[in-house]
Design a binder for this molecule. Structure first.
Ligand SMILES: [Fe+2]
Length: 195
């Protein structure tokens, strides 16, 4: 079996297990921790997932990061992306309106966690650097921001495909107001077989 086939098989097995976790345990912090553990097993396959396989955008372009869609069901559930970045990339605090899991493959992604304040602002409550062997997970209303500097490859997984998440909110610090998170502009199709 060549690397492409091995990768397709490893992704398929991971997706099957994650679907089963959601089916058996629902969506709660404990089931998300199980999904995160399972996704970390996939991320440990650094022989199959490298920045050479999923290169970030060329330097000098508009974006310093892009997403490769590795899996997504025909009904847009269980969407798995490889996030490849090179250089500085960050987001404001935002939610996802579905569950989300992030695990590290190569490089580091700082995650900051926030509470919504009684004044409808945000207040940071902690942080975690996602790297190989670690991960974070979020319930649909949880808030985080990500901060990347340098070469990065990690996995981002969502209960629904990003194109379906039209009501994600982010906090505009300068205006002290919430707004709808704009859609990602560089998602590249990388599924071995389309559903
Ligand atoms: Fe996010």
């Amino acid at each position: 079996m060549d690397r492409t086939e091995q990768r397709a098989q490893a992704i398929e097995a991971t997706m099957a297990d994650i679907r089963a976790i959601e089916q058996q345990h629902g969506v709660n912090r404990s089931s998300l921790a199980k999904m995160r553990e399972r996704l970390m097993q996939l991320a440990a396959r650094t022989d199959l997932f490298t920045l050479a396989d999923y290169p970030p955008p060329e330097p000098g372009g508009k974006r310093t990061s892009c997403l490769y869609r590795l899996a997504e069901d025909a009904d847009h559930r269980f969407a798995l992306y490889a996030n490849a970045a090179s250089g500085h990339y960050g987001t404001p605090a935002h939610n996802h309106t579905t569950w989300a899991v992030i695990v590290g493959v190569e490089g580091e992604e700082l995650n900051r966690f926030y509470d919504r304040t009684p004044e409808n602002g945000v207040s940071e409550k902690g942080q975690h650097v996602v790297r190989q062997g670690t991960g974070v997970s979020f319930m649909p209303d949880d808030l985080h921001s990500i901060h990347i500097d340098g070469q990065l490859l990690n996995f981002h997984m969502y209960g629904f495909g990003l194109e379906q998440l039209e009501r994600r909110e982010y906090y505009k610090l300068d205006e002290k107001a919430w707004a709808i998170f704009p859609p990602h502009t560089d998602i590249r199709e990388a599924r071995a077989a389309l559903p």
